[in-house]
Design a protein around this ligand. Structure first.
Ligand code: ATP
Length: 360
């Protein structure tokens, strides 16, 4: 078991990088703690696989050091890093039984027979594979095969970390939610450092204690799912996390007020006058912007979408489009409504980065 330190790790695939655009991964300092589950989350091409491959040893970073505890592993090959990996597609032996597949990483390392049997039984039970232990892997469904792959990744108790690269890709959508929560339970039970790459925010937020949100080669925020939701430090996180994402509206901010189009909103903190040559926006999650019959800011209602579990209203605030939530108790929504905004839920961004306000 280990703590992983990314000490200024960066990677450019081409020689002589000149600026941020030349890096697939921009310099990153962070310590990943033993026992926690991390997700690397971001859109295609943001650098998730590059970072995962640096940790697994498939790529030597062009800058920085990688430490497992105090050991510098930056230039060590994968075999010397003591990690387990689970890939998008099952990596198993078709001719072996499920039990033999699960036992393989342990037998390979000459673990005593009784320890192997006990660990295989434990992991199989966690993944609901017990009834299949004596069946050959050949002929099992793609879902079952991927569960065996997950089991093989989890079976060794002594690894520094388990790395998952989009492991639910081949899983039937109907079973995905089940396996997602199962993986979370497995993580709690096994007390291992796990790193999970995905572009699916639900997978990341369900599984991880800490999510590394990446965009264009940069880790824009590393935080708990709650921090990412409640206090995105960058507009990208506000927009990327949440369904729908955060409303981001151009604003003029002065003191404790924001002017949005021709509407004026009270803010939860006091801000210095922000220079007009910088782009200022306010961010409000649709979940925290509630329509109300009266009081609050006046909005024009363009459309209401009934999503079953919730209703979302597309409204115009001061002439700018945003999305608000229709509370359950509001049965009908007219063409004009009010928007109840908790000032503490309105965040201010300058050039996409959150601005700290002073207490009012
Ligand atoms: P995806 O979800 O599509 O796998 P990702 O977030 O994992 O994307 P990476 O595969 O790490 O992103 O790619 C990051 C950037 O590096 C992209 O611009 C990609 O085109 C580039 N890149 C990746 N591998 C190589 C390579 N072997 N040579 C050159 N450029 C590469």
């Amino acid at each position: 078991m280990a703590r992983i330190t990314l000490d200024g790790i960066a990677h450019a695939y081409g020689p002589g990088p000149h600026g941020p655009k030349d890096y697939a991964l921009q310099p990153l300092h962070h310590v990943w703690e033993h026992g926690l589950a991390y997700a690397l989350l971001g859109p295609s091409g943001c650098g998730k696989t590059t970072l995962l491959n640096i940790i697994s040893g498939l790529i030597t970073p062009s800058e920085g050091r990688l430490l497992f505890d105090d050991r510098d592993v930056t230039r060590l090959p994968t075999e010397q890093r003591n990690i387990a990996q689970v890939f998008q597609f099952p990596v198993i032996y078709d001719t072996m039984t499920v039990a033999e597949n699960l036992a393989f990483p342990l037998r390979n390392r000459k673990v005593p027979r009784e320890t192997v049997a006990a660990r295989v039984a434990e992991i199989a039970a966690m993944l609901d594979l017990t009834p299949y232990l004596n069946r050959r892997a050949r002929g099992l469904t793609a879902d079952a095969k991927q569960k065996i792959s997950l089991g093989r990744g989890l079976v060794r108790a002594d690894v520094s970390a388990v790395l998952f690269d989009e492991p639910l890709t081949v899983i039937d959508p109907a079973l995905k939610w089940e396996l997602r929560s199962k993986l979370k339970a497995v993580h709690r039970a096994l007390d291992m450092l796990m790193i999970y790459v995905t572009h699916d925010q639900v997978e990341a937020l369900t599984f991880a204690d800490r999510v590394v949100v990446m965009n264009e080669g940069r880790a824009v925020q590393i935080g708990t799912p709650e921090q990412l939701f409640e206090r995105p430090e960058h507009t990208f996180v506000g927009y990327f996390i949440g369904s729908p994402g955060m409303n981001l509206l151009p604003a003029e901010v002065s003191g404790t007020q924001a002017r949005v189009g021709d509407a004026v909103l009270e803010l939860g903190a006091a801000y210095p006058d922000l220079p007009s040559d910088r782009r200022t926006q306010i961010g409000i999650r649709p979940d925290f912007a509630m329509l109300a019959p009266s009081g609050g800011a006046r909005v024009q209602v363009r459309r209401v979408d009934d999503l079953g579990r919730k209703r979302l209203a597309h409204v115009s605030l001061g002439g700018l489009a945003m999305i608000a939530t229709v509370p359950d108790e509001m049965e009908s929504v007219g063409a004009v409504a009010s928007l109840a905004l908790d000032p503490a839920r309105i965040l201010v961004y300058r050039d996409d980065v959150i601005v700290e306000g002073a207490p009012r």
